[in-house]
Design a binder for this molecule. Structure first.
Ligand SMILES: NC(=O)C1=CN([C@@H]2O[C@H](COP(=O)(O)OP(=O)(O)OC[C@H]3O[C@@H](n4cnc5c(N)ncnc54)[C@H](O)[C@@H]3O)[C@@H](O)[C@H]2O)C=CC1
Ligand SMILES: Cc1ncc(C(=O)O)c(C(=O)O)c1O
Length: 309
């Protein structure tokens, strides 16, 4: 039974995850190596709590479901039934965390990684109880998106996968078990196929970035929340898919490196919202307004999709 959770890494993903788990009645200890990240996480936690209120996900009764911040990793993981590693997408940074916590956690503590797509089999080589390591891939923003992928590596015990799937289900979220430990799992394989084509179309001047977003959001995006890709094939007709894919697949981007447009921007430290410029530009005021507006719209859409509109 999982009651106490430690979250290691409080950047983009950690605070929303902590807020949502606490609303599920869990005791959460939240740690980051950077004091500034802990400070920022406090206000991100409170913003996430406001959104959870709007989603109608109530606080549990007093005394359960709390988030406690700490700047001591030993304190964070002490007594934890589950540790969720949430540090940057880099095997050596993640391996350092596993080595640090290895001697601090009980042999039956489950260690989950929120990796976007590093195979769990690679990560579990760095921990002394690999049968207790599992992928728990949340989607951004983690307090709003209900689906979480659960991935076992070659050495993960089936019971570890089952425990995490049950935990997710028990707090009202939607676990999806990925049956093979492929890079990117499922969500990011699909997303990155879309992003590769989108970046390629903008880079080749086929469309402007704003129009690309209008096309995808109001075309594919709007309907795909209601009709998933497999159901969409049946709606369009497999005969149509056969005809179009017979000439189109060969023309789609198949580049296997990072697109020059993305390299140019990242080399100039243009990372997007977090640096104020990426594909678009953002002032701090615009960022705040955008985040509020996006949360409001995602909450409204989720309520409708769940039949609670
Ligand atoms: N950003 C996104 O949309 C998503 C990211 N992920 C994955 O989640 C993980 C975390 O991603 P983000 O939150 O975006 O990263 P981030 O870069 O925003 O935050 C990472 C945090 O980890 C901290 N950190 C670094 N080394 C640490 C250590 N040794 N001990 C404790 N804290 C440490 C940093 O100070 C930072 O606050 C990555 O594996 C990423 O691929 C998963 C889903 C979505
Ligand atoms: C661009 C991008 N990359 C990775 C992820 C992830 O799920 O790991 C996301 C996301 O939205 O969650 C993403 O947008």
């Amino acid at each position: 039974m999982i009651r106490r959770i430690a979250i290691i890494g409080l950047g983009t993903m950690g605070p929303g995850m902590a807020a949502r788990l606490a609303r599920g009645g869990l005791q959460v200890a939240a740690y980051d190596v950077a004091p500034t990240a802990i400070e920022r996480a406090r206000s991100m936690l409170s913003a996430a709590e406001t959104v959870l209120d709007a989603l109608g996900i109530a606080s549990p009764s007093a005394g359960v479901g709390m988030v406690r911040f700490t700047d001591d990793i030993g304190d964070a993981v002490s007594g934890a039934d589950l540790v969720i590693e949430n540090v940057p997408e880099n095997i050596s940074v993640k391996a350092d965390v596993y080595r640090t916590i290895d001697g601090l956690i009980a042999s039956d503590t489950i260690v989950a990684s929120d990796t976007s797509g590093i195979p769990i089999t690679k990560l579990q080589a760095h921990i002394s109880h690999p049968e207790r390591m599992v992928g728990m891939h949340w989607s951004n923003p983690p307090h709003i998106i209900p689906m979480i992928e659960v991935i076992g590596g070659e050495r993960t015990a089936p019971q570890t996968v089952a425990t995490i799937r049950e935990l997710i289900r028990s707090i009202g979220l939607l676990p999806v078990v990925v049956k093979k430990d492929v890079p990117g799992f499922v969500e990011n394989r699909v997303l990155y196929a879309l992003l590769r084509e989108a970046v390629d179309l903008v880079e080749r001047g086929v469309i402007d970035p704003e129009d690309l977003d209008t096309c995808v959001s109001w075309g594919i995006g709007y309907k795909i929340a209601v009709i998933g890709p497999m159901a969409l094939l049946d709606m369009a007709g497999l005969d149509i898919y056969k005809s179009v894919s017979s000439f189109l697949n060969a023309d789609l981007s198949n580049r296997d490196d990072v697109a020059p447009m993305v390299l140019e921007k990242t080399n100039a430290s243009k990372f997007g919202i977090k640096s104020g410029e990426g594909m678009f530009s953002y002032t701090p005021e615009q960022t705040k307004a955008l985040q509020g507006e996006r949360a409001r719209k995602l909450v409204a859409v989720r309520r409708i999709l769940e039949g609670r509109g």
